[in-house]
Design a protein around this ligand. Structure first.
Ligand SMILES: C[S@@+](CC[C@H](N)C(=O)[O-])C[C@H]1O[C@@H](n2cnc3c(N)ncnc32)[C@H](O)[C@@H]1O
Length: 287
């Protein structure tokens, strides 16, 4: 352990935090900067030009944050926020931390929605609202509904819509696997469901397994429950000519999900790669 700074100088606390984090993390300096700038509500570069010092309360809080990070808690949960698609999203233990690969889903959705005048969009398993809110922010004429079974997640999603001043998004608490809409009014259905097979939960990184909500990670079966259900119900949600855009996992998961849609009512099935070249999005046209 390195010696705890005896004053409030930011530079000293930055060095101390990076040294402590280096015991367990490779990206120790980047994470120390991120946590400290979150705590002080400033940018990373401002950290190096701050004249203010940390108050005694902030020094104690930072020590607590560093201890939690060393114990494996993700930095975004500790600081209570992350950035996604250029927007700030508040987080707590009720929601999954939005992932960079999910930004690809938002890209594909925005591109696909260009063909509709005032698109009607539903986001299944909205969590923090990151997908629904990002799409609503980019397409002001869209009406977006974010749906989740978790009341805790929807409270955060509502908070995030207000935080980002997005008014063309609404949220609904319901179980996707039980709910049937009255009419297929949607132009596009977006979905990043719990897709980790139950038998792979043990091999997840502890950061994920111990801190992210199990409800957001696994379907407690083979990781295909939500896709299979959607392949049977798509025509109840999305009108003819509309799109289903889904995030998929790694390994054989993309092909297994794609196979769920090997039935007549779907055409133009396309797996789309992320920026690492991995197929992470499945886009399907409903006929
Ligand atoms: C993988 S997370 C995705 C969260 C967010 N859309 C994102 O991309 O970061 C899956 C979400 O599905 C929700 N969920 C799980 N089971 C559900 C169900 N039966 N009906 C609706 N939502 C469900 C979870 O609460 C969680 O928020």
């Amino acid at each position: 352990m390195s010696a705890i700074p005896q004053d409030g100088q930011i530079n000293n606390w930055l060095k101390w935090s990076a040294a402590e984090l280096s015991l367990t993390l490779e990206e120790n300096t980047r994470e120390a900067e991120w946590l400290l700038s979150s705590l002080l509500n400033c940018s990373k570069s401002e950290l190096y030009f701050q004249e203010n010092e940390l108050s005694p309360t902030q020094c104690e809080l930072l020590q607590d944050w560093i201890r939690r990070r060393i114990n494996g808690e993700p930095a975004q949960y500790i600081a209570g926020w992350t950035e996604f698609y250029g927007h700030r999203f508040n987080l707590n233990s009720s929601v999954l931390t939005p992932r960079p690969e999910t930004e690809r889903l938002v890209d594909v959705a925005i591109h696909s929605l260009q063909e509709f005048d005032k698109p009607n969009v539903v986001d299944i398993g909205t969590g923090s609202g990151c997908i629904a809110i990002s799409v609503a922010a980019e397409i002001s004429s869209a009406s977006v509904l974010g749906l989740d079974i978790s009341g805790g997640a929807l409270a955060i999603a509502e908070e995030n819509a207000a935080l980002n001043k997005i008014t063309n998004v609404q949220f609904l608490q319901t179980d996707f696997l039980q709910f049937t809409p009255v009419e297929p009014v949607y132009d596009c259905l977006l979905m990043n469901p719990p897709y980790i097979p139950i038998n792979e939960m043990d091999i997840l990184m502890t950061e994920v397994r111990d801190y992210e909500p199990e409800l957001a990670l696994t379907d407690h079966k083979d990781g295909l429950t939500f896709y299979r259900h959607l392949s049977n119900m798509a025509k109840k949600w999305v009108h003819s000519g509309g799109w289903l855009i889904m995030e998929v996992g790694l390994g054989e998961h993309p092909q297994n999900v794609s196979a769920c849609f090997d039935i007549n009512q779907f055409t133009n099935k396309e797996l789309i790669a992320d920026f690492n070249g991995d197929d992470r999005i499945l886009k399907v046209n409903v006929i």
